[in-house]
Design a protein around this ligand. Structure first.
Ligand SMILES: Cc1cc2nc3c(=O)[nH]c(=O)nc-3n(C[C@H](O)[C@H](O)[C@H](O)COP(=O)(O)O)c2cc1C
Length: 304
């Protein structure tokens, strides 16, 4: 990733290919990417420029299209392809009505489809028939087994440290090997708390074939991240509360702190006003203690 401008245009020499030995895995080779750095879908903070920048640098960029009208998807795919000829993916959260978005992605030839938060069994056949690769995010070994039985091509094991919506209650360190053991030889990608090469090396040592990094890419120049959240997510020391879960909407930070969805009954989505953990205190020591919720659309200000 460059910090000083748009992604490299197709064909331009990149630093990695010129000078660095390559770190690759069987999953990278299968997807046609050079390094096991997968940019996780980060909701509305994802831009075509971010996706193209990651893919063009040798990783795998991932659009987040759950809330994008299906009619806009061809234009977004065109924009990514203006910037890179390399593979990229698109993510859909299955708890929302995404059938038309999936059709648009598959008709547009997206090579990797990522799904989350729902049963992947309903779309594996369509994804396979279109010749795309299906990766599904899970939060437990049981869920990984179900996804494998449903026919996905790979799973993302998302630990509790992850930002955004968090599926399970297990931390990345114990979760990844448990999922690797549960679904071997299916490839596993590790998510949750990976932010640099050391974290990626740890994930690979646990048996993962790539790292799925979300919060780290919120700080990328190409991400549509609110400035306040960008600054906070780039801080060297994690802010309290220490779990870096957060979500954004339309570029505005909505929530920080432990993910409220961790308190939902397994497999259930309670009605909006009766969600356990809905009102969560996300203020910091010394701050006013007004609870802020997922619905708060005012940018949250960290103390200096
Ligand atoms: C702001 C934000 C938005 C997210 N939106 C999505 C999404 O739309 N779809 C999805 O599958 N995961 C989403 N996630 C979860 C990420 O894909 C990934 O699992 C997580 O960021 C990994 O943990 P990390 O943030 O510690 O790297 C989001 C994460 C963040 C931080």
């Amino acid at each position: 990733m460059r910090d000083d401008g748009p992604p490299h245009p197709p064909g331009e020499e990149t630093r990695r290919s010129a000078h660095l030995p390559s770190l690759t895995t069987p999953l990278c080779r299968r997807l046609g990417v050079e390094v096991p750095v997968f940019q996780a879908p980060i909701g509305s903070a994802v831009s075509p420029e971010l996706v193209a920048g990651v893919s063009h640098a040798g990783g795998l960029g991932m659009l987040a299209l759950t809330w994008t009208p299906a009619g806009e998807i061809p234009r977004i795919l065109d924009r990514v392809r203006e910037l890179t000829e390399r593979p990229f993916g698109a993510n859909l959260v299955l708890d929302f009505p995404v059938a038309d978005r999936l059709d648009a992605c598959l008709e547009g030839g997206v090579p990797v489809i990522s799904t989350f938060w729902g049963d992947p069994a309903g779309c594996t056949d369509r994804i396979r028939a279109a010749g795309a690769f299906h990766v599904h995010t899970v939060g437990s070994a049981d869920e990984a087994r179900h996804a494998a039985d449903a026919g996905v091509d790979a799973v993302v094991a998302q630990g509790w440290e992850a930002g955004g919506h968090v599926r399970g209650l297990t931390a990345t360190l114990p979760l990844v090997p448990a999922v690797v053991d549960a679904v071997s030889p299916l490839p596993v990608v590790a998510a949750g708390g990976i932010a640099d090469g050391r974290g990626l090396a740890a994930a690979l040592a646990l048996g993962a074939q790539a790292g799925w990094m979300g919060t780290r890419f919120l700080a990328a120049t190409e991400a549509r991240t609110h400035d306040i959240y960008r600054a906070a997510s780039s801080a060297h020391e994690p802010k309290k509360p220490s779990t870096p879960a957060a979500s954004t909407a339309a570029g505005r930070t909505r929530r920080t702190g432990p993910c409220a969805t961790a308190h939902w009954p397994p497999g259930k989505r309670p009605a909006p006003r009766s969600r356990p953990g809905r009102v969560r205190e996300t203020s910091l020591p010394g701050e006013p203690t007004t609870p802020r919720t997922c619905a708060t659309r005012t940018p949250y200000r960290w103390p200096a």
